[in-house]
Ligand binder design. Sequence first.
Ligand SMILES: CC(C)(COP(=O)(O)OP(=O)(O)OC[C@H]1O[C@@H](n2cnc3c(N)ncnc32)[C@H](O)[C@@H]1OP(=O)(O)O)[C@@H](O)C(=O)NCCC(=O)NCCS
Length: 157
Amino acid sequence: MIIRRIDQNDRKDIDDFIVNHWYTMDMVVRGESIDMGNVDGLYSFEDEKITGLITYRTEGDEMEILSLDSLNENRGTGSRLLEKVVELGRKNGLRRIKLITTNDNLNALRFYQKRGFDICNIYMNALDEARKIKPEIPFIGMNGIPLKHEIELEMIL
Ligand SMILES: CC(C)(COP(=O)(O)OP(=O)(O)OC[C@H]1O[C@@H](n2cnc3c(N)ncnc32)[C@H](O)[C@@H]1OP(=O)(O)O)[C@@H](O)C(=O)NCCC(=O)NCCS
């Protein structure tokens, strides 16, 4: 598995990967609409294909993971991408890495907590606000759970 940083040459392939997964290039986090076509990230490449993508942004001494998607689940892809981002944060002398997931994403809550992230905030009913910006956000999320709250996790570096 090769891990590469997104550059302008592969931007189109990355955009296709994002649209294939999310059907749209916009993401709403904490009431903010983010154009995923401009964000930084790392991707994994295997057998001539993109198999995973992690995106992030940095503000001050904090990094925020915006997305993490693996096509090859349960084979170490997500862990490798996350490790690389943590490594990058440490190398750049950052203080903290944070991310938002939602109350229905039990897989992500397990995945991040087992890898050193801790819940630091819960934004109750935040999806009501997000739906005002992006009405297509469903009411029932993963695992058949009502999609309602944003949960923030952090890792202090
Ligand atoms: C969450 C997500 C990114 C994890 O990616 P992944 O590639 O499956 O991650 P990994 O393979 O590294 O780890 C997943 C599990 O597989 C296990 N695993 C890793 N390599 C393995 C192997 N070779 N054989 C068997 N199991 C393995 C890991 O131990 C891990 O289990 P654990 O979390 O209980 O420790 C992925 O499930 C995903 O894309 N979900 C949808 C999008 C999403 O919810 N993103 C996160 C919100 S931002």
